[in-house]
Design a protein around this ligand. Sequence first.
Ligand code: NAD
Length: 479
Amino acid sequence: MSAHDIWSRAEVFIDGEWRSPYDGGRAEVENPATESIVGTAAEAGARDVDDAVAAARRAHPAWSAQAHEDRVALLGDWLALLEKSYDTLVDTTVAELGAPVAIAREAHVDTALAVLRAYLDAAAEVRWEERIGHSTVLRSAIGVAACITPWNYPLYQVLAKVGGALVAGSTVVLKPAELTPLSAYLLLDAATEAGLPPGVLNLVPGRGQVVGEAMVSHPDVDVVSFTGSTAVGVRISELAARDVKRVCLELGGKSASIVLDDADLATAVTASVQGGMLNSGQTCSAWSRLLVPERLLPDALAAAGSAAADLVVGDPRSESTWIGPVVSAGQRRTVSGYVDRAVAAGARVVTGGTGAPFERGHFHAPTILTGVAADAEVVRDEVFGPVVTVQGYADVDEAIDLANDSPYGLHGAVWSGDGGRAYAVARRLRTGQVDINGAEFNPAAPFGGFRRSGNGRELGRFGIEEFLETTSIQRPAHR
Ligand code: NAD
C-alpha cells in the first residue's frame, strides 16, 4: 500500500469487518508541520458505537474463556506484525503528530511496542486464582472496555489501554483522538492480519462528544479507560456514574523536577529541560516545573536557557530535529496564551517566547520562564507545550512543598549526587511516578496519577488488573 492508501481511511472496524459509518462521516487529518492534509479517517456516530459494543459483547465469552497463554500467543503475533511495520508506524507518527523522526522512533514507536511486550510478559504475573484462607479468589475479565485516547502519543496511548484489556480477556471498543486517528488504523490492520477473532477489538474513530459520550453512556460497556484532559475526565466520570461503571482515568500533569544542591547542576537542568520539552512539551508527565536551590538560580537559569536554545526546532523529517510543531493551531494559541499572560503577570522570558519560528506549521519556540509566583497560572495549569518554569527554593522541605502544591500529581524527578538522599526526597513526593537522576522509563511499572491526574494505573500487571473483576468463593473448611 502507498502512503496515500495507508492514510486515506474512511471506515470503522466492527465485528471483524471494515465498513463505512452509517452516516458516511469522514474527517481530514492535518500534518501540523506543513498544515497540509495528509489523510482521512472515519467519523463514526452513535449507531456505529451500538454495533461495536454489541460485537464486543458477543466476542467476550469466547475471548475471556481462552487460557491467558493462548491470548498472549495471539497477541504476540500482533506484536510481531507491528514490529514488521515499524517504519510505517514511525512515518505515520511524523505525519499526523509532527513528531520529529528521532523522537517518533524512540519515544513513540519503541515505547509503544515495549509497553505491549511488557503486557504480554506480565500476564504470567497476574494472580488469576489464589487461596486466601478458605476462599478461592478468582480474577476474570470485566467484559467490554471502552478505550478513549488523546493525540499526544497516538500509538502508545492506544497500546497502554488495549494491550492490558486484551491480555485480561476483555474485549474493546476503541476511539482514538480526532487529530491523530491514523496510527490506530495501522494497529487494527495488524490485529486483523494476526487473526484476532471478530469483535475482540473494534475501532470507531470520531468526535469525543458524539462517539466518546455514546461509548461512555452505553449500558453494555463495563469499564471506561480514558486518557486525556481533566475536564473531559470529569465529564466521563459523571456519565459513567449513572451505571456505576468502573472508570480508569489518566489525566493531565504539572510535574516538578527537583534539583538538589549536591547534583551536577548542568546535567540535571539540561535533562530536566529536555524532559519538560519532549514531544514539544505535549507529554502528560513532562517536568514543566524546574525547582532549584535559590542560591544556584542564576547558574540554573543560564543552563536552562542554553539547554532550551540548543534544542533544534524544525522539519520533523530531519534527523537532527528535536522539537517539531505542537499538534494544531488551537494548541499553539493555547500555549502562547499561557506565555503571554505569564509575562503580563511579571514573568521573565529567559529564552524563547511566542513569536512564530517559521511561516508554516504550528511551531512554538522552546521557552523558559522565571520570576513566577507559586500560585501563578503558568505554574498551576498544564500548558502542554514547550514551556518550562524555573523557581528557586530555600531548603529541601520547601522544594518538596512546592512540588506537592499542585492540583496534579503525575510525575516528578529528583537529582542528587547522593542516591540515598534523592530516594528519601522521592518518597515524599505525592505523585504517581518519580525518576531519580534520569532513570529510564519502565514499561512494566504502574503508570498513573494522584489527585486531578487521575485514578487509574496502566502498564504491566497493574494495567491488566484494571480490566479484571474479582470473585471470592468460600468453601467450608472441613467438608
Ligand atoms: P481531550 O480530553 O480533549 O481528549 C481526549 C480524548 O477524549 C479524545 O479522544 C477526545 O475525542 C475524547 N473526548 C473529548 N470529549 C469527550 C467527551 N465528552 N466524552 C468522551 N470522550 C471525549 O484531551 P487531548 O487534548 O486529546 O489530550 C491532551 C490531554 O491529555 C492533556 O491534558 C494531557 O495531560 C492528557 N494526557 C494524560 C496522560 C496520562 O497518562 N495521564 C497521557 C497523555 C495525555
